[in-house]
Write a protein that binds this ligand. Structure first.
Ligand code: ZN
Length: 138
């Protein structure tokens, strides 16, 4: 069995953003030369997510509105976690949107369902953060 590991780095200039990282992950798969197996992709930070959904800007806007209703950034004083930091809402948004995805690798391709794409969800940006890609198979 082969295995492959790579870290992808992102520095989002805004506090929050959703980025389609499917091309980056597909490049990892190609580099790995693994044709059949499993691919894990996870955020390596507790204020960012990796998730799978549709690459549709209206939906991403709706996520932003929905997440702000569930865990509004302001007022930052409403959270016990905030004090030294102001990112309690980012921890909660990450919890809802998830840490990682696992995708089957079949014949050298990500075996997606219809419209599935991989996204990096940033909730406390403006600094460098990592995403891990681990692939096992043959
Ligand atoms: Zn924090």
């Amino acid at each position: 069995m082969k295995h492959f590991r790579k870290e992808l780095w992102f520095e989002v200039p805004t506090r929050r953003a959703f980025i389609n990282i499917t091309p980056d992950v597909e490049a990892c798969l190609k580099e790995s030369k693994i044709k059949n197996g499993l691919l894990l992709c996870n955020a390596m930070h507790i204020t960012a997510s990796v998730f799978i959904n549709d690459d549709e800007s209206g939906l991403h806007h709706d996520y932003e509105v929905w997440l702000e209703k569930l865990a509004p950034h302001e007022p930052v004083s409403q959270y016990h976690h905030n004090g030294y930091e102001d990112n309690a809402d980012a921890h909660m948004k990450r919890q809802i949107m998830g840490r990682e995805v696992v995708v089957a690798v079949t014949d050298g391709k990500l075996d997606f369902g219809t419209w599935e794409r991989i996204f990096y969800g940033e909730f406390d940006g403006r600094r460098k953060k990592r995403v891990l890609v681990k692939i096992i198979g043959e």
